[in-house]
Design a protein around this ligand. Sequence first.
Ligand code: ADP
Length: 309
Amino acid sequence: MKVGIVGAGMVGSAAGYALALRGGASEIVLVDRNEALAVAQAEDIAHAVPFAHPVRVRAGDYDALDGAGVVILAAGVAQKPGEDRLSLLSRNADVFAQVLEGVQRAAPDALLLVASNPVDVMTEVTLRVSGLSAERVIGSGTILDTARFRSLIGGHLGVAPQSVHAYVLGEHGDSEVLAWASARAGSEPVARFAAQVGAPITEDVRARIDEGVRRAAYRIIEGKGATWYGIGAGLARIVQAVRDDQRSVLSVSMVTPEVEGVKNVALSLPRVVGGAGIVATLMPELAGDEAQALRRSAELLGETADRLG
Ligand code: ADP
């Protein structure tokens, strides 16, 4: 499958690199308004191909996206000093209007995978501007937060994160909800598994994991300015679920008719991802405080989208 990536900055190029290493595409086309950057990133990624999987990697204009099955949207502008979040969001919405015009002219049948932040609101903007059906506009959402959650629970229990089934729901951001009540290791609720292996999940452990998930992006940004490898790998994972019609359960963002009484906001829930995009959504069992936190997260996202207009 041909995969387009618009925005060849850190996130877009990391997604391209992860796709090349994982063998997630037959062709990767990088598009950026900074053409020299797209050309350089494509050449650099192409040099990893002999060590990875056969994939053609090149830079191009929007026309080069013709025939793409998925287009990753990773374009965006950086926050200006003193600029508030809403103003940044509004400038990024303008970027998306321009980008989507080019993408849809060249690749009207492509499924859109939104990576630019704030990803949930940008997913909603993309749905509105593109006119596609909701299941074909996927936001990377909490795919990475979920990965961090599983990795920390797995570390505590001494099992591989692949054997942990736990999700981060709602906003990809401060109001996200770690769904402890439905978290499993193997087929066991994590608390029972933890007791069996003699590593109980105390209040302290839970607080440490919670902080570890929630503050991860802040810590990484403090050390290196931005985050890109984790999200790049997460984007490649979503593309593979689509390309191979895997029907994998992934926590990704999508405009959702109703969540905890809040209507039509984009947020993350566990969703079945396949060739047609998001083919089903699951609602995990939630504790009372988790359901409340999810409603609050949905309300906050709805308010931001309303203020954007
Ligand atoms: P991130 O860390 O999110 O990847 P970057 O600033 O590294 O952020 O990358 C964002 C990329 O989006 C930049 O390379 C920038 O040139 C690109 N970009 C911004 N506006 C547009 C646009 N209108 N069309 C195409 N690409 C754009």
